[in-house]
Design a binder for this molecule. Structure first.
Ligand code: ADE
Length: 227
C-alpha cells in the first residue's frame, strides 16, 4: 500500500511513523509512506498556502491552487483509490472504515489547517472526508497519523500471529476481554483462577463472556442496543 500525505507540517509525522508497528511495516515494505510539503507547490515567493476568506469572517482559508497542483502531480504518476481530506465534519473513523482502507492500493491524505479549506477542493478534488472524533484539532496532521496507524496495522503481514489484529477490540464487533500477566498476585489482587487453569475451552468461553459483558457495559451501541 502507498500513502501520500499532503501537509504544511511534515515534521509532525516523524515521531509516530518512526516507531513501533508503522516503522516495521515500512521496513518490511508493506507500506510506502510519502510526505509532501504543500509549500513546494506554491508559485508565490512567500510560499503562501492560505488567504483571507471572501466575505470576511475569522480565520484564513487554505487555497485551492497549491493543493490542486500537488494532487495533479501525484495523480499524473499513478491512480489513487481515495483522496481523503481530514476534517472534523467528515465521516467518523471506525474499525470497519480502517479495514476497508487497509485493502486499498494507493491513497492520498490531505491535512487541512486554518479555518478550513476552499470548498472547491472538497467538491472537486476530494473523494472522502474523515473525522477521528467530534472535537476540533489544530490541524489534520494528528488525525492523519491516527488514521494511518489504524489502517497500517491491518495490512496483511504487518502484525505477527501473536499480535494479530483479529483479536483487537472492535474487530469482531466486541471490545477486548481483560488481560493479565505476572505476578499471579499483587497486593492481594489476584488473576482470575480460570486463566491459570490451563483449560483452553473454558478460557475461550470466559474471554468471550467478558468481551460481551464489557461491550454491553461500555459500547451497547455495538450490539444494536441503545446507549
Ligand atoms: N482536523 C481538525 N479536527 C479534526 C478531527 N477531529 N478529525 C479529523 N480532522 C480534523
Amino acid at each position: 500500500m502507498r500513502i501520500d500525505i499532503i501537509t504544511i507540517f511534515p515534521e509532525m509525522f516523524e515521531g509516530p511513523f518512526s516507531e513501533s508497528i508503522i516503522k516495521r511495516a515500512q521496513e518490511k515494505k508493506l507500506v510506502d509512506i510519502h510526505l509532501h510539503q504543500l509549500r513546494d507547490y506554491t508559485t508565490d515567493k512567500h510560499r503562501k498556502t492560505d488567504d483571507y476568506a471572501f466575505s470576511g469572517g475569522a480565520g484564513m482559508v487554505m487555497m485551492i491552487e497549491p493543493v490542486a497542483r500537488c494532487i495533479d502531480a501525484l495523480t499524473a504518476e499513478r491512480d489513487y483509490d481515495e483522496i481523503i481530506y481530514m476534517s472534523p465534519d467528515g465521516e467518523l473513523l471506525d474499525q470497519k472504515m480502517a479495514n476497508t482502507l487497509s485493502l486499498k492500493g494507493n491513497i492520498i491524505i490531505l491535512c487541512g489547517h486554518y479555518k478550513g479549506i476552499d470548498e472547491r477542493i472538497r467538491e472537486h478534488l476530494i473523494t472522502k472526508e474523515i473525522s477521528i472524533g467530534n472535537y476540533v484539532l489544530s490541524g489534520g496532521e494528528l488525525a492523519a497519523a491516527v488514521l494511518v496507524d489504524s489502517v497500517v496495522r491491518l495490512i496483511p503481514g504487518v502484525l505477527g500471529n501473536e499480535t494479530s489484529a483479529l483479536s483487537d477490540s472492535f474487530q469482531d464487533g466486541l471490545v477486548s476481554p481483560p488481560v493479565y500477566t505476572r505476578p499471579r498476585e499483587f497486593r492481594g489482587w489476584k488473576v482470575p483462577d480460570i486463566l491459570l487453569s490451563g483449560n483452553e475451552k473454558l478460557i475461550t468461553e470466559w474471554k468471550y463472556e467478558q468481551s460481551l459483558k464489557r461491550t454491553k457495559e461500555r459500547r451497547p451501541g455495538m450490539l444494536g442496543e441503545e446507549s
